[in-house]
Design a protein around this ligand. Structure first.
Ligand SMILES: Cc1cc2nc3c(=O)[nH]c(=O)nc-3n(C[C@H](O)[C@H](O)[C@H](O)COP(=O)(O)O)c2cc1C
Length: 200
């Protein structure tokens, strides 16, 4: 029996917005299934821009010290990495983009290649006001591109369109139940990716 840990990165500036509401349903499911969850809202953290100094490509760490350090401590010991974003101009938020840039010390394009331990599984979440599916898919692709360079295997996706504000969740309980179920069933989703107790 594996003790599962999850780190959840909410890419919104808001702690009580639509993205947080959806992620909190997934978290509720995970916690009720015994998963240990750490939750971060990027808008509330001190994360500086990447300075483009390239130090991390060879040193495999960042020269800057801010809230990225704590997030990555958690991420490196988590089995599940959830990354969520509302659409901002058809893409992830600026906050999430900065987070991606600052993850470069752990990116497999650094000297020596991948340094992220095997056995991490990714959940991507995209929320938006508009309804064209291709814009939502673009956000999911961006998050899964990030997962790909950090040795995180995508296993679940959750998206909602037509969500401008909290009032738009009215009548959409079924979708929120699906979000909860993703969290509650995450152990099973991981087990489907395991061979003889070894996470692959
Ligand atoms: C600066 C800004 C840009 C946005 N751009 C888009 C967009 O391009 N497409 C879209 O569907 N929604 C867009 N939205 C709407 C948000 O994605 C939507 O309101 C979402 O529910 C907000 O999530 P939050 O409450 O977690 O911040 C934008 C919102 C803001 C504030």
């Amino acid at each position: 029996m594996i003790k599962i840990k999850a780190v959840c990165i909410i890419g919104s500036p808001r702690n009580n917005g639509s993205t947080a509401l959806v992620v909190d349903k997934i978290i509720k499911g995970m916690e009720e299934a015994g998963v240990v969850v750490r939750r971060y809202v990027l808008g509330y953290l001190n994360i500086n821009y990447c300075e483009g100094c390239n130090y991390c490509y060879s040193m495999r760490k960042c020269k800057q010290h801010d809230d990225m350090n704590a997030i990555f401590e958690d991420l490196l010991e988590s089995d599940v990495v959830l990354v969520a974003s509302p659409s901002y101009w058809g893409d992830v938020t600026g906050q999430l983009k900065v987070f991606f840039d600052r993850s470069t010390p752990y990116c497999d394009t650094g000297e020596g290649g991948n340094i992220v331990p095997e056995g991490k599984y990714g959940i991507s979440v995209a929320i938006r006001a508009g309804q064209r599916k291709n814009e939502t898919n673009h956000i999911i692709d961006t998050i899964e591109h990030y997962f790909g360079h950090l040795n995180i295997k995508p296993i679940e996706r959750f998206t909602m369109e037509n969500i401008h504000d909290l009032g738009n969740f009215e009548g959409r309980e079924d979708e929120l139940k699906q979000a909860y179920a993703i969290g509650f069933n995450i152990k099973k989703a991981i087990e489907r990716n395991m061979i003889k107790g070894k996470i692959i």
